[in-house]
Design a protein around this ligand. Structure first.
Ligand SMILES: Cc1ncc(COP(=O)(O)O)c(C=O)c1O
Ligand SMILES: N[C@@H](CCCC[NH3+])C(=O)O
Length: 414
């Protein structure tokens, strides 16, 4: 996270000391850097400048309106997977004409909302979905633009829970079946075939699976063209990883060069659906140490953030670097950093050496992606607030959830 630095021992994001944020807004608190968000977006725009393209930010990575709005103003499109994400994009001022709609379980209502909004494309993931969309669009007197999400059966070499492009995964249609599905789609009255889509997994640290998947998709596009089905765009999904610990994420410029070569002389526009690589290293989660609990085998630092705030460690045993916000002269000890939730799986990091005392602040780094967007209310914990830092300006972009909001909508039965 390169907008993070220390001044006189105090951790700052851009020009703002994190301890002042904790005092003012409380903890747990998500904090994002505008400069980091914008520079991540610009890095994509530069890396792919040689190829006509559209960056469709994957909203699921972080769906805060303020972040969607920043990207919309930079010209981004959006990859959505629900009616809720569509509503967020529209509320944030996103252009519906730059929205692609992925996901294996789109409901008829979600299809209607997306057709009403006038999205760029539905990424279909099954034949049944194709028939449903044809019916829904026909009932509305509209023609739905469609792509198939094809599953190229490429091993993305990532955590099995976030691999999506293998035969055994629920996503997409087998690439071998795609030509027949495209012919079917082209024959239906309320669908217009416009593209193809593929997304093989997340947190990829190797470029070669992305390049292999691109080759397979381009072969399919050529087969379809020979069959008289010309596409306007080729969507190669997201998946570029980030550094959490010691990973070497793919170099975007190199990825851009690889795709520029493959797209040279082609007429189709390139679409990309990056999520994590745009927001992951632009955000952190600030938390306060409630208790230090020394034990016979290990020491625990019990903090006020938990798996409901940041689920990735519990779900994938994901690693997030954890640093003290201030500097202490006390000796460092080895701690498991755990939350207050009643689950053994409620941990944020194991065996971290930290010089801390009760009441100190910790920052969990690289928490901008799949942090707040995966937060829950488990143990009836209100969700955290979110802050966007812009140099020395502090913007509260989401208020901390209140207990009233937590209970709203529930009824007793008499
Ligand atoms: C369809 C689709 N597109 C894009 C993304 C974004 O992926 P990432 O955050 O790895 O860039 C995902 C999540 O993996 C996804 O499921
Ligand atoms: N939620 C995952 C990524 C899943 C990507 C969604 N297809 C993570 O935190 O790493």
């Amino acid at each position: 996270m390169n907008t993070l630095h220390r001044i006189d021992g105090r951790l700052h994001l851009e020009d703002v000391a994190l301890d002042t944020l904790a005092e003012r807004f409380g903890t747990p608190l998500y904090v994002y850097s505008r400069a980091a968000l914008e520079s991540a977006y610009r890095a994509y725009a530069e890396a792919f400048a040689a190829t006509p393209h559209l960056i469709c930010y994957a909203v699921k990575a972080n769906s805060s309106l303020a972040i969607l709005n920043l990207f919309a103003r930079l010209g981004a499109g959006f990859d959505i997977v629900s009616g809720g994400e569509l509503a967020r994009v529209l509320a944030a001022g996103g252009d519906a004409g730059k929205v692609v709609f992925s996901g294996v379980g789109k409901t008829a209502n979600e299809m209607r909302a997306a057709l009403d909004a006038g999205i760029l494309c539905f990424n279909l993931e099954s034949e049944s979905e194709l028939h449903r969309l044809d019916r829904v669009a026909g009932d509305m007197g509209k023609v739905a633009p469609v792509s198939f999400r094809v599953n190229p059966d490429v091993d993305p070499k990532t955590h099995p829970y976030i691999s999506t492009g293998l035969k055994e995964n629920k996503f997409g249609v087998p690439i071998a079946e795609a030509p027949a599905l495209y012919r079917l789609a082209a024959s239906l009255p309320n669908l217009k075939v416009t593209g193809v889509d593929c997304h093989i997994g997340s947190q990829l640290t190797d470029l070669s699976p992305l390049a292999d998947a691109a080759d397979r998709v381009l072969d399919l596009v050529d087969t379809l063209a020979a069959d008289g089905i010309a596409l306007r765009h080729i969507d190669l999904g997201g998946g570029v990883g980030i550094r959490y610990r010691d990973e070497t994420p793919p170099d975007l410029a190199a990825y851009g060069r690889v795709l520029a070569q493959k797209f040279a002389g082609r007429r189709e526009k390139l679409l990309l659906e990056p999520g994590r690589s745009l927001v992951g290293n632009a955000g952190l989660l600030l938390t306060r140490v409630e208790y230090l609990k020394p034990g016979e085998d290990k020491n625990f630092a019990i903090v006020d953030a938990a798996m409901n705030d940041l689920m990735r460690p519990a779900l994938y045993e994901a690693y997030h670097e954890i640093v003290a916000v201030g500097e202490r002269t006390v000796p460092a000890r080895r701690y498991d950093i755990v939350g207050p939730i009643c689950e053994t799986g409620d941990f944020l990091g194991f065996a971290r050496d930290l010089a801390i005392e009760e009441g100190d602040l910790l920052a969990l780094l690289s928490a901008g992606a799949y942090g707040m967007s995966m937060a829950s209310n488990y143990n009836s914990r209100p969700r955290a607030a979110e802050i966007l830092i812009d140099k020395n300006e502090i913007h509260l972009v989401r208020e901390r959830e209140t207990l009233d909001q937590l209970l709203a909508g529930e009824r007793l039965v008499y």
